[in-house]
Design a protein around this ligand. Structure first.
Ligand SMILES: Cc1cc2nc3c(=O)[nH]c(=O)nc-3n(C[C@H](O)[C@H](O)[C@H](O)COP(=O)(O)OP(=O)(O)OC[C@H]3O[C@@H](n4cnc5c(N)ncnc54)[C@H](O)[C@@H]3O)c2cc1C
Length: 368
């Protein structure tokens, strides 16, 4: 097995590192920059470089490049803290979903805006009483002529306030078992009847929102995939969401800052740094397997669990190394306060372990 990068991949990494350094100088460094570093201007710069949709098929306007190229670019940009949040969700999830499940009209209407960095998308999945158990969601979309009429509430909707479109997971039929009757619908965020209330989290970030839908009308043509049969489609999307490099390097910059200040003469510190470096390398291998399509189905749950628990360990190392000094830097304090989110967003570690046990290892399900 050859773990060496090709000269072209080394060149791409060097280019991405330079772009990232330059972006950090101009836009500031962001912890967890794929969710907290929001800049439309930088999204357009990414588009100009061909770094949005870089792995999408060329017939859909993408770059047709190998997935490992996206891993390299993503790793450099996120590790440095460059602000990619305005385009990341759409590049990672909505574009591939529309390519896989969307109609030709939807692809024509929505993909160009994603590729140009002009449109930002949010994901309307979680509800106040429906997080881990997605099948319990109640936000409804009822047919009325050529429209769906949407009612309900979403929460924790990142970029709800700034997004142009919401990729909404909703219930179009409640007569069957919970995981049936679920559909995915594209909702323009300027539709009448949408109310967005940002939530300020304890780090003072405001990407989270509560979103209310009151008789919001959306054309039936905005249904993605088969009506009432989106559960599997959503699970596949979550696989895209879980196995990527964004789950490993969100606080890499903080780690490097703390590592430079750590007392490497202390054997306990050396041991912890060695453990973190080993985990980081193992995490990269797991992510590489995901993006190369070499991981078994459902295994992104293990990748997400391992990588985000690594990010929590990094945050603990940074806190232990800097001690009270951490409070001298607002962005360090914010980065540390954000750490509990790693193992929650995109599905909690408990849920990842359930998926791993039940779907990958085939262990018996606990009777309900
Ligand atoms: C930074 C961040 C960004 C997010 N962005 C978005 C977004 O853009 N769009 C969106 O829709 N959502 C978003 N979320 C929400 C996220 O998807 C949910 O928080 C997550 O799915 C957990 O749901 P919950 O918060 O309702 O917790 P719950 O599901 O209520 O879980 C509470 C606790 O119970 C445990 N638990 C629940 N069920 C089981 C079980 N069956 N077995 C074992 N343990 C269980 C969980 O592990 C957890 O510890 C975001 C969350 C974070 C932290």
């Amino acid at each position: 097995m050859d773990f060496e990068w090709t000269p072209e991949q080394d060149d791409l990494r060097a280019h991405a590192r330079k772009v990232a350094t330059d972006a950090v100088e101009r836009y500031g460094r962001h912890n967890d920059s794929w969710i907290n570093g929001f800049s439309k201007d930088f999204a357009k710069e990414m588009a100009a470089l061909g770094w949005i949709g870089m792995t999408w098929p060329t017939e859909h306007g993408g770059g047709g490049r190998p997935p490992i190229d996206r891993l390299i670019v993503g790793e450099e940009l996120i590790s440095a803290g460059a602000p990619i949040a305005a385009m990341w969700f759409a590049d990672r999830q909505m574009g591939p979903t529309l390519i896989n499940f969307g109609t030709a009209d939807q692809q024509e209407e929505f993909l160009p805006g994603i590729l140009s960095g002009d449109t930002t998308w949010c994901i309307g999945m979680s509800e106040p009483d429906s997080g881990s158990d997605l099948a319990s969601l109640t936000t409804s979309a009822e047919r009325d002529g050529n429209d769906f009429v949407i009612n309900g509430q979403k929460i924790w909707t990142s970029f709800g306030e700034s997004a142009d479109y919401c990729y909404l997971i909703c219930r179009t039929d409640s007569s069957g078992p919970p995981h049936t009757g679920i559909s995915e619908v594209i909702v323009p965020m300027d539709s009448p009847g949408i109310e967005v209330r940002p939530i300020t989290d304890m780090t003072t970030n405001r990407h989270f929102c509560e979103v209310w839908f009151s008789d919001v009308r959306v054309p039936v043509a905005n249904l993605v995939g088969v009506e009432g049969n989106a559960f599997k489609q959503t699970m596949r999307q979550l696989e895209h969401e879980r196995g990527g490099i964004d789950r490993l390097v969100s606080n890499r910059a903080l780690y490097e800052m703390a590592a430079a200040r750590a007392d490497a003469n202390d054997p306990r510190v050396r041991q912890e740094m060695a453990a973190i470096e080993i985990e980081y390398r193992l995490g990269r291998v797991l992510v590489a397997r995901e993006v190369l399509g070499q991981a078994p189905s459902g295994f992104s749950a293990a990748t997400k669990c391992f990588c985000t628990e690594h990010e929590v360990r990094v945050a603990e190392f940074v806190a232990a190394t800097l001690g009270a000094e951490a409070t001298l830097w607002t962005d360090v304090t914010k980065g540390l306060a954000y750490a509990p989110g790693y193992t929650i967003m995109g599905g909690t570690s408990n849920i990842m372990r359930n998926i791993l046990g039940e779907r990958v290892l085939g262990l018996p399900r606990e009777p309900r």
